[in-house]
Ligand binder design. Structure first.
Ligand code: ATR
Length: 273
């Protein structure tokens, strides 16, 4: 039986063992997948030990994705852009690092929800690791423009510059959005919601048939999702589908099989309530 795991801290809340067990059932692949809490100063050693002991693949979550990138000896192009890895596998004497978060977000928005990104005006809230991880896949969908808005303007400016070769990317401070034209898609990649906070956004940001996506999920709608719904957004989603889609892409990297995600999303949705 091949061994897989997700490393994080904290890790108790992780749904990845359930998701990968469901994918394994569907595809008839025999595997073990565990959630392992790694001490903050013990990440590199834990990864090395895991692969030395015959582990076949790792997912990496908060707060180790940047460290995973540093540790990997070879990277996918999308991991290089993200400067972070959430998926690792052995690669000769070294480790291959990929990042499936961005493609997970795109698949959920485009394939699952049917939202349109091509030619859309897109607003991305936040400029931390979560925002960086989705920049390249977003720009590859050819939006009309991508505005990155962050509390700390300088970080948005850095991101915008770094991805300027892929399309029209503009940086704004969170507080100077009132002068913006309305958007077709708004994505929340700030961690504000996790602390029960919400950026104070003008409702003029919501265009006709505006689609609003929060990259986090939980039993209750986030503050950002409530703001969107109260202001008559056309569609509102949390990040549960992104979670399952990024897992499906990791599954593909390890097993070259594409599992059905809809049934797993539905099951998880039921268990959140
Ligand atoms: P992650 O990996 O989740 O992106 P991060 O790299 O620490 O975590 O980034 C957190 C993001 O949430 C940042 O964009 C941060 O804004 P700053 O760069 O100005 O710190 C944003 N954020 C966190 N709390 C926020 C709040 N209360 N209001 C607005 N933005 C917030």
């Amino acid at each position: 039986q091949r061994k897989y795991a997700v490393f994080g801290n904290p890790i108790k809340q992780s749904r990845s063992p359930f998701i990968h067990a469901e994918f394994a059932k569907q595809t008839g692949i025999s595997l073990q997948y565990r959630a392992i809490r790694v001490e903050l100063d013990d990440f590199d050693r834990s990864v090395t030990d895991f692969f030395k002991a015959g582990g076949s693949g790792l997912n990496v979550t908060v707060p180790f994705k940047e460290q995973a990138y540093q540790l990997a000896s070879r990277h996918s192009a999308r991991a290089v852009r993200a400067k972070a890895c959430n998926t690792l596998k052995p690669d000769g004497d070294g480790v291959y690092g990929d990042n499936t978060d961005g493609i997970g977000l795109i698949r959920d928005m485009v394939a699952n929800h049917g939202w349109n990104l091509r030619g859309a005006r897109v607003l991305l809230l936040g400029a931390g690791g979560a925002a960086r991880g989705v920049m390249e896949p977003l720009l590859r969908e050819s939006p009309e423009c991508l505005v990155v808005a962050n509390r700390t303007l300088a970080k948005a400016e850095t991101l915008a510059q770094e991805f300027a070769d892929l399309g029209k990317v503009w940086a704004r401070g969170l507080t100077d959005l009132s002068a913006e034209l309305a958007f077709d898609v708004i994505i929340n990649a700030t961690s504000a919601g996790l602390k029960g906070e919400t950026p104070d956004l003008p409702d003029s940001l919501l265009g006709d048939r505006c689609c609003c996506y929060d990259m986090v999920y939980g039993a209750e709608p986030t503050a950002f999702m409530r703001w969107a719904a109260e202001n008559a957004a056309w569609a509102v989603s949390d990040g549960l589908g992104m979670l399952v889609e990024q897992a499906a892409e990791s599954f593909y990297i390890w097993h070259q099989e594409r599992p059905d995600t809809a049934s797993v999303i539905n099951h998880l949705r039921g268990s959140l309530a």
